[in-house]
Design a protein around this ligand. Structure first.
Ligand code: ZN
Length: 403
């Protein structure tokens, strides 16, 4: 059921109330705890039409670490060095593992006390979007087209976004504000499939099994030992895909294994599938009495396939970050976002940084500059999309961003 937790309602309703107070229109919370709102544009009638831009952030936090009773700690004018978290001194944010801390000297670093998540994923995104709405309300001289605001539930368990109403949202495209370090913009996610291999044998009493029992466990084990070790998540990084057997059941009669297939290209997924089929053939030759079945399901696809047709979304995000004083860079996500599904449902949806680090961990942190620069980037972004020379900006940002 969406939402999976009761407390998401509390934040969703609070945000809806604040949006109304800030002058947003058509504010509503859906039956699935999704907040929808409209910020009317302020362009003169004779101005060129600006596209309707959506901004999305999620209200839930990762179930990996508790987010109950968060006690955020602000380290004013951080002087450098490792940060020991006072609630649990075994939790230390080290410069060795977080070299970007060196760029944060003099900034106000925000951490947990070491006992919970910070929840900057994705409260920082929520805060940046609310700050955008507030800033536009207080500064009517900033030109902008119509904006659509969406706060989603259950992003972290991957189930909420199916309940998000793209048509009712009404944006031409959107940005999830759910990314990492300051400046990082994502227009690529994995293409993702899950393969299930089922091995069927025949159970008998082991005392009278000779010549009769067919133990599927041995066939599964043989198959698994042939998986290349250099293609695991533990052995790959960057743009290299992986094959990840992650759960299964073993039994004499029937054994099965689920395997995540991940690559940035569907052709890479196809060759992963071919390799698994070859290994099944080898296994079948060695265990001719075991019947082996394969089932492959698609989870999501690399959003780049669609976003490549909308270069202005990335070009303007890059330009906006620069105008906010941030050095932008592109990075593929070795995972998925709400946007990876939305993009294929007709709402192209790249991902923008929040300034956050170490998501899903007690060592999660952000900073004052991270939060401020994220909000400023969003303000610049709506301004750029409303400016008559935005096509020119697209061209110059693209040439500046290409290597
Ligand atoms: Zn997130």
């Amino acid at each position: 059921m969406t939402p999976s937790t009761e407390k998401q309602w509390v934040l969703a309703r609070l945000l809806a109330d604040e949006l109304r107070a800030l002058g947003a229109r058509d504010v509503r919370v859906s039956d699935f705890c999704m907040v929808y709102a409209t910020i009317p544009g302020n362009l003169p009638d004779d101005a060129p039409r600006a596209p309707v831009i959506g901004f999305l952030a999620h209200v839930d936090t990762s179930p990996a670490v508790t987010g109950t009773n968060v006690n955020p700690i602000v380290h004013h004018r951080y002087e450098g060095g490792d940060i020991v978290l006072p609630g649990d001194p075994s939790q230390v944010i080290t410069v060795a593992q977080n070299p970007l801390l060196r760029d944060m000297i003099g900034d106000d670093v925000i951490t947990t006390d070491g006992t919970t998540l910070l929840g900057s994923d994705d409260k920082a995104g929520v805060a940046a979007i609310m700050t955008l709405v507030d800033t536009l309300g207080q500064n009517p001289s900033i030109p902008h087209g119509t904006l659509k605001i969406g706060f989603t539930a259950d992003e972290e368990i991957g189930l909420g976004i199916d309940k998000f109403d793209v048509a009712a949202f009404g944006a031409a495209f959107a940005y999830t504000v759910d990314g990492g370090p300051l400046g990082e913009i994502n227009d690529e996610t994995w293409s993702a499939r899950t393969a299930t291999k089922t091995f069927r044998g025949k159970s008998t009493h082991p005392g009278t099994a000779k010549g009769v029992m067919i133990n599927s466990i041995h066939a599964l084990a043989r198959f698994l030992t042939m998986l290349p070790r250099e293609m695991t998540p533990e052995a790959t990084e960057g743009r290299v895909g992986f094959i990840h057997p992650y759960t299964g059941v073993v039994d004499v009669e029937e054994s099965s294994i689920k395997i995540l297939l991940r690559d940035f290209d569907t052709s890479g997924l196809d060759s992963q599938e071919r390799m698994l089929r070859d290994l099944v053939s080898t296994t079948a030759a060695e265990f001719p009495d075991v019947r082996i079945a394969t089932d492959v399901k698609e989870n999501y696809k690399n959003m780049k396939v669609v976003l490549a047709d909308h270069p202005e979304l990335i070009a303007n995000a890059i330009a906006a970050a620069r105008e906010a004083g941030v050095a932008p860079y592109m990075n593929p996500i070795r995972g998925g976002t709400d946007g990876s599904k939305l993009t294929f449902r007709g709402l192209p949806c790249p991902n923008i940084f929040t300034g956050g680090h170490n998501f899903h961990s007690k060592l999660e942190f952000n900073s004052r500059r991270g939060l401020e620069k994220t909000a400023q980037t969003l303000v610049q972004l709506v301004r750029i999309f409303a400016s008559p020379d935005r096509e020119i900006r697209v061209a110059s940002a693209q040439s500046a961003a290409s290597p």
